[in-house]
Design a protein around this ligand. Structure first.
Ligand SMILES: [Zn+2]
Length: 86
């Protein structure tokens, strides 16, 4: 299975005689790169978290969607929630 890890899901599925959603599941179970979109989103988030100069710091989005807990994002998030409560 790991030998097919570099192949596209369709290709790997054809070689192994299963449908590509199955490949996706297997890869998820093996902890291999599953959905490329998801991996790159995680990568982008990681880059955001380690880059204090990213303009998204200090936003509710940074806190909630990107999972940043830096003082600026935390403050933006608590402020955002306070506004929502009125
Ligand atoms: Zn932040």
């Amino acid at each position: 299975m790991r030998a097919t890890a570099d192949l596209p899901q369709q290709e790997a599925g054809r070689l192994l005689g299963v449908s590509h959603p199955t490949i996706r599941v297997w890869r998820a179970e093996l902890g291999l790169g599953v959905a490329t979109e998801r991996a790159s989103a995680a990568e982008r988030a990681a880059r955001f978290l380690t880059d204090p100069a990213d303009p998204r710091h200090g936003s509710a989005n940074g806190y909630r969607n990107l999972g940043c807990r830096c003082p600026r994002c935390t403050r933006a998030w608590t402020g955002y929630q306070r506004e929502r409560r009125g």
